[in-house]
Design a binder for this molecule. Structure first.
Ligand SMILES: Cc1ncc(COP(=O)(O)O)c(C=O)c1O
Length: 425
């Protein structure tokens, strides 16, 4: 029996962020850890999944699971419909227009690798990147938006330039202006820095780079759950995000962008489903999006991700953004009052996370003491080691918020950090 495969987003908001009704949708949160109710504050790493998404996954796996595109039997057609419906939902979720195409990947990391490798892999005659070209990457990036560019630069002979943040971790448009040159081919930038919470002026930075003729790449991994930019309204050629950071399944993500930009990418997954004609000695690739989706895709993941997008719309993006910004402000205020604690990017208001260091107390020790009180945070370099070095810091402790977190949990966080710093003094 055919499942309903809605391609539209959800009806108006019905679930208030931080409310008991919303929290009840998340079984993960209903747990007790070390005798205390779980306060899950590691959402920048991975968010919890609501029942609605689990239901969508289960419905697909129980009733429609089959391989897509190649089958004439009914289940294969239902699965194909589910997959394409998920694509349509996400196309809408990112505010894409008719000039945009959406490709499913395994996550932000694969999306960004596909872009950096795909721009180079066509060979010297076709590649977008050639020796002497310049790639600009912001200094706020997660390693997933730096390492692929380092490799592409090495392979193509292009030069990697870093748009360095200031001492507070802010990016400035004047600095980008100074870096842009007629050889600039790419600007790769985050919409929200995962290590510090900085929200760069990415709209303006992308606009300047696009005007200079560069291809613009935005890492929206940290924005997806509450602040996904509307693609049609920004100068962005290619945008990447992951399902698990927006209440969707792990192992699914998206690369979406201008068809003309995606067509520049040499496919990296060669094989079934991405070809039009194959001969012994060559092949013609299929049209987008199949061209970049070789092999059996994560169909259930796509279905679950579309359900997650609908869930976010149901709660309301503006409501979630206001909620997480308020939690971050409360956390910044509370943590900054603890002697010896320094909050990173304390100026940032449009952020869902707070990262901090303590004069006394290694982040791993702080994280362990918080865990003993049922509070889950992340500690370390947050896959942004060059940024932490640039800021003169080692590892930090990071608490990150989602729609289901509450002011009480922030209070518990602040009290537990104060206690940890006292114990470790
Ligand atoms: C800003 C940013 N980019 C990329 C990634 C990589 O995402 P994934 O591991 O889902 O591929 C992360 C994950 O933390 C991130 O925060």
């Amino acid at each position: 029996m055919r499942l309903e495969s809605p391609t539209t987003l959800a009806p108006p908001p019905t679930l208030a962020p931080g409310s008991a009704t919303l929290r009840a949708q998340f079984p993960l949160l209903q747990q007790v850890i070390h005798g205390a109710p779980l306060a899950y504050l590691d959402n920048a790493a991975t968010t919890a999944m609501p029942l609605e998404v689990m239901d969508a996954l289960q419905a697909f796996e129980t009733r429609h699971r089959a391989n897509i595109h190649r089958g004439v039997h009914s289940l294969s057609q239902y699965a194909t419909d589910d997959y394409e419906a998920a694509r349509a939902t996400l196309h809408q979720f990112v505010g894409a227009s008719a000039e945009h195409e959406l490709v499913f990947t395994s996550g932000t990391t694969e999306s960004l690798n596909l872009v950096a490798q795909g721009l180079w892999a066509g060979g010297p005659d076709q590649a977008w990147l050639r020796a002497g070209d310049e790639i600009i990457v912001s200094g706020l990036e997660h390693h997933a938006n730096l390492l692929p560019w380092q490799q592409a630069a090495r392979q193509s002979g292009a030069v990697l330039r870093i748009l360095r943040p200031d001492a507070q971790g802010r990016l400035h448009v004047a600095d980008l202006q100074a870096l842009l040159s007629p050889r600039t081919r790419v600007l790769a930038l985050t919409a929200s820095a995962n290590a510090t919470g900085e929200r760069p002026p990415f709209e303006e930075l992308l606009r300047m780079a696009a005007q200079a003729g560069a291809l613009t790449v935005l890492d929206a991994a940290q924005a997806a759950a509450y602040a996904m930019p509307a693609l049609a309204h920004i100068d962005c050629d290619l945008l990447a995000f992951s399902g698990h950071k927006m209440h969707g399944p792990m192992g699914i993500g998206v690369l979406v962008g201008r068809r003309s930009a995606l067509e520049r990418l040499e496919p990296l997954r060669l094989g079934g489903d991405m070809v039009a004609q194959v001969r012994w000695d060559g092949a013609d690739y299929a049209e987008l999006p199949a061209r970049l989706e070789g092999g059996t895709p994560n169909v259930a993941g796509a279905v679950g991700l579309a359900a997650a997008a609908r869930f976010i719309e149901q709660v309301g993006r503006d409501a979630i953004a206001a909620h997480v910004h308020a939690l971050r402000a409360q956390a910044v205020q509370g943590l900054a009052r603890i002697p010896g604690v320094r909050v990173l990017a304390a100026h940032a208001t449009q952020s869902a996370l707070v990262s901090f260091v303590a004069e006394q107390g290694h982040p791993h020790d702080i994280g362990t003491l918080l865990d003993a009180r049922g509070i889950a945070v992340r500690t370390g370099h947050h896959c942004a080691q060059p940024l932490m070095d640039h800021l003169g810091l080692g590892p930090s402790t990071r608490a990150s918020f989602a729609a289901y977190n509450t002011s009480d949990e922030v209070e518990r966080l602040v009290a537990a950090v104060a206690h940890a710093v006292e114990v470790l003094r």
